[in-house]
Design a protein around this ligand. Structure first.
Ligand code: TPP
Length: 349
């Protein structure tokens, strides 16, 4: 096992300049160590793996030494960047990728295919793969040679030691309601009305919905991060009344879904509820660092009807939702501040 804190300091000594990250719980220790030491190496949270890869390319082209950290489920998102930018233009940088395993009944379905086919996929992108050796010197060698070799460095759950995030970097949302209380209230308001289909985004939102909202016509998506809104758009185009519940990190991964759906504001019924807990709770609680985003303005400018403020209480939520659920058509965007419960039983991804 590599000591995450020591490793970050060694990376700094090796002139690594930036870590571009879409979190995975396997890399949580390394990510936390990087955030704790962001005075040494700049931590760049990325909305998607495609973005991480393009930003890293720009950094390399400008003389910097970045490292990308992602989860195997996100390697497909990088495909275009790898095959049409880094490969043809010979741009090299280390990509650390957690290799998610799959065990029937114990793992999320999203990991099934790549648990077997990851290496083949990497090769098909024109890359080689190496397992990141748990000896620090070997790992550093692999990192350094990745600046002149197209290779992806695979890690498992045990590669990096855990590392607590310093208090100054953790998020405190204690004054907000818990997400599950909103979901209970949503379930009550739709009252088993089968004309509504609720869709949950990957991670803890779907898991909570599954335990709170049992309706079999709902769909709780474990995977396809960033795609819940577009999935809902498809069902709405087919005539369904859609309610999407999702996280703030999921929301930004494929933001284009907002502009595509906005075109149909007069014709379809979709309610999109974003639960902003300011973190990637499902992968270990890393801050999303998205305070700069005005979600409501963004949705409005894409053609969605928005509340004029972020919802912070259950009473407000129920009042607004009751009104909207009576309507026949329209795209309605709700932004809610929620807290996550630290000790809830969740399966980190
Ligand atoms: C393409 C892809 N990249 C990364 C992941 C790993 N992942 C799963 S859930 C998640 C974070 C979700 O955060 P958010 O949407 O804010 O919801 P929360 O977990 O906070 O409830 C990440 C990064 C993934 N499943 N798929």
């Amino acid at each position: 096992m590599i000591n995450s804190d020591i490793f970050i300091k060694e990376l700094f000594k090796n002139d690594i300049s930036h870590l571009l990250v879409v979190p995975c719980s396997f890399a949580k220790g390394l990510i936390n160590a990087c955030i704790n030491n962001s005075n040494l190496i700049q931590y760049i949270p990325c909305a998607s793996e495609a973005i991480a890869c393009s930003v890293a390319s720009g950094l390399v082209m400008s003389g910097k030494k970045p490292i990308v950290i992602i989860q195997s489920s996100g390697i497909t998102n990088m495909g275009s960047c790898l095959t049409s930018l880094t490969n043809p233009y010979d741009i090299y940088f280390p990509i650390i990728c957690s290799w998610r395993t799959y065990k029937e009944g114990d793992s999320e379905i999203q990991h099934k295919h790549l648990s077997i086919n990851l290496c083949e996929l990497i090769n098909s992108y024109g890359y080689k793969f190496e397992k990141l050796n748990p000896r620090i010197e070997d790992a550093l060698n692999l990192i350094n040679e990745s600046f002149s070799k197209k290779q992806i460095l695979l890690i498992n759950k045990e590669t990096f030691s855990s590392c607590e995030l310093n208090k100054m970097h953790s998020v405190n949302l204690s004054e907000y309601p818990v997400r599950s209380s909103y979901l209970i209230s949503l379930n009550k308001l739709i009252n088993f009305d089968k004309s509504f289909v609720c869709i949950g985004t990957t991670g803890n939102t779907s898991r909570e919905m599954h335990s709170i909202m049992k309706s079999s016509s709902n769909f709780y998506m474990a995977g396809n991060m960033g795609g819940a809104l577009s999935l809902g758009l498809g069902s709405a185009l087919a005539g369904k009344r859609i309610i999407i519940c999702g996280g703030d990190a999921e929301f930004v991964m494929h933001l284009g879904g907002l502009s595509t759906s906005g075109r149909y504001s007069e014709k379809l019924f979709i309610v999109y509820i974003v639960f902003d807990n300011e973190v990637n709770k499902s992968t270990g609680g890393q801050n999303t660092y998205q305070k700069h985003i005005n979600y409501l303005n963004l949705a409005e400018s894409c053609g969605w009807n928005v509340n004029n403020k972020v919802i912070k209480s259950l009473i407000d939520f129920e009042k607004q939702l009751k009104f909207v659920l009576k309507l026949k058509k329209g795209l309605f965007f709700f932004m809610l501040n929620v807290i996550w419960i630290k000790n809830s039983q969740d399966l980190h991804q």
